[in-house]
Write a protein that binds this ligand. Structure first.
Ligand code: 6PG
Length: 479
């Protein structure tokens, strides 16, 4: 046995991860794919790489040093279960099976429990950064046991992206914690993308600038506090000209956004946990709305305002949009970290939120300078209940809120959808509110269902006899 790590599944992500592993000092990589041709292709294309090709699970296991460690890079769902079953047959207690796909964290919890019975370690690891990241350095979010981290830690550190000298990988927490955090990463990714799209749309409609001109705006923003991979690639996309028509590519792409489900998982999970991730939810729903052409077709003639967006000073307007984007982005991240905090409490994980923000600084899709500020916030106050109340963000929100309100009002007045901008602002104002109309909702619930309420001025649970003489009685707490 010569290999210290194995990869099963040699489609693009798997091949790239295997090449990344093989390129690092000290790694020899066993590779296996269900169809032999992919394995041959990989090893023939990269004769320089330290690969040990295997053509059966037995051969694969025999080529790995103990404790064996293998990373599965196949489609989430049934294909993953099938590979796990095969590996469990040929692996021994103490060995480690890593699922590097985008698995639903509850599947990871289930699999970890089942595999643990055999004495084998199962690690669900979120891997972000797409094909390029897998090859040159992704951000890695592993869960699983402490025992598995001893073997896996150094290997994953050897291939992860580096941010300010630190590898972008940390042992996030036990069993499904890694995949949970990757899920929320993707939810934040959805929100960030939607916010950028809304900013583009407002600038285009407000100033009449061309996509190429707006690309310059984003390139400029990328030199400031919004600096991030997503802003950078937005400029690239907006600059692209379609070879066939000569039009901006963005104008010939069908305006129906796809989704593979991780955004929806983030929202579904947040609903169950009772965490208001409204920005992420609106971003996910905006993709859904875009993808119903039949509904959009019958709605096209619904009445709207007579006037479009009126902008007198284009530069001032663009600066307002920038600030609205920044403020909404702070909200999206704050909501995402709130979900991680709630998930950790629910599933009994110890998750270092500062460490999570640090491993997102490079390698992953949401990589950004901004994440250093989140790390600082949690360094200063690890138990911070609402991320956006950290002093740095309070200052930024104070600076941005006027612009944010102007942009949301302007969008509403002109009939331009800005669901992520406006829901983020409502969340912010909801948090700030001294009193919320939730009191009225409690009254309504008590009226129709005797659901009871609490009072601001004394302990206990109360019910008004709505259908009787409307006096108040002390009641059993029914929430
Ligand atoms: C990553 C990405 C990657 C992918 C998502 C979202 O971190 O590398 O998040 O996992 O982009 O699956 O894809 P959809 O937009 O298709 O849902």
């Amino acid at each position: 046995a010569t290999a210290n790590i194995g990869v099963v599944g040699l489609a693009v992500m798997g091949s790239n991860l295997a090449r990344n592993l093989a390129s690092r000092e000290g790694n020899t990589v066993a590779v296996y794919n269900r169809s032999r041709s992919k394995t041959d292709e990989l090893t023939e294309a990269h004769p320089e790489a330290e690969f040990v090709p295997a053509f059966s699970y037995e051969e694969f296991a025999a080529s790995l040093q103990k404790p064996r460690a293998a990373i599965i890079m196949v489609k989430a769902g049934r294909p993953t279960d099938a590979v796990i079953d095969s590996l469990v047959e040929v692996f021994e207690p103490g060995d480690i099976i890593v699922d590097g796909g985008n698995a639903l964290f509850t599947d990871t919890i289930r699999r970890e429990k089942a595999v643990r019975e055999t004495g084998i370690n199962f690690v669900g690891a979120g891997i972000s950064g797409g094909e390029e990241g897998a090859l040159n350095g992704p951000s890695i979010m592993p869960g699983g046991s402490d025992e598995s981290w001893v073997t896996l830690g150094p290997i994953l550190k050897s291939i992860a992206a580096i941010a300010e000298g630190e590898p972008c990988v940390t042992h996030v927490g036990h069993d499904g914690a890694g995949h949970f955090v990757k899920m929320v990463h993707n939810g934040i990714e959805y929100a960030d993308m939607q916010l950028i799209a809304e900013a583009y749309d407002l600038i285009r409609r407000g100033t009449g600038k061309t996509p190429a001109e707006i690309a310059e705006v984003f390139a400029e923003w990328n030199r400031g506090e919004l600096e991030s991979y997503l802003i950078e690639i937005t400029a690239e996309v907006l600059r692209q000209v379609d070879a066939e028509t000569g039009k901006p590519l963005v104008d010939v792409i069908l305006d129906q956004a796809g989704a593979k489900g991780t955004g929806a998982w983030t929202v579904q999970t947040a609903l169950s946990l009772g965490v208001p991730v409204s920005g992420i939810a609106e971003a996910t729903f905006a993709r859904s709305l875009s993808s119903h052409p039949e509904q959009r077709a019958v709605s096209r003639d619904l009445p709207g305002p007579d006037e479009g967006l009126k902008v007198d000073d284009a530069d001032a307007f663009i600066e307002d949009v920038r600030l609205a984007l920044y403020a909404s982005k702070i909200v999206a991240y704050s909501q995402g970290f709130d979900e991680i905090r709630a998930g950790a409490a629910e599933y009994d994980w110890t998750i270092d939120l500062g460490a999570v923000s640090k491993i997102w600084r490079a390698g992953c899709i949401i990589r950004a300078q901004f994440l250093n500020r989140i790390a600082d916030a949690y360094d200063a106050q690890p138990e911070l209940p609402v991320l956006l109340t950290a002093p740095y963000f309070v200052e930024a929100l104070g600076r941005a809120q006027g612009a944010w309100r102007r942009i949301v009002s302007a969008a509403a007045g002109a009939g331009i959808p800005a669901p992520a901008f406006s829901s983020s602002l409502s969340y912010y104002d909801g948090l700030r509110a001294e009193r919320l109309p939730a009191a009225l909702i409690q009254g309504q619930r008590d009226f129709f269902g005797a659901h009871t309420y609490k009072r601001i001025d004394k302990e206990g649970t109360f019910h008004t006899l709505w259908s009787g003489d409307r006096t108040e009685i002390e009641a059993e707490d029914t929430h």
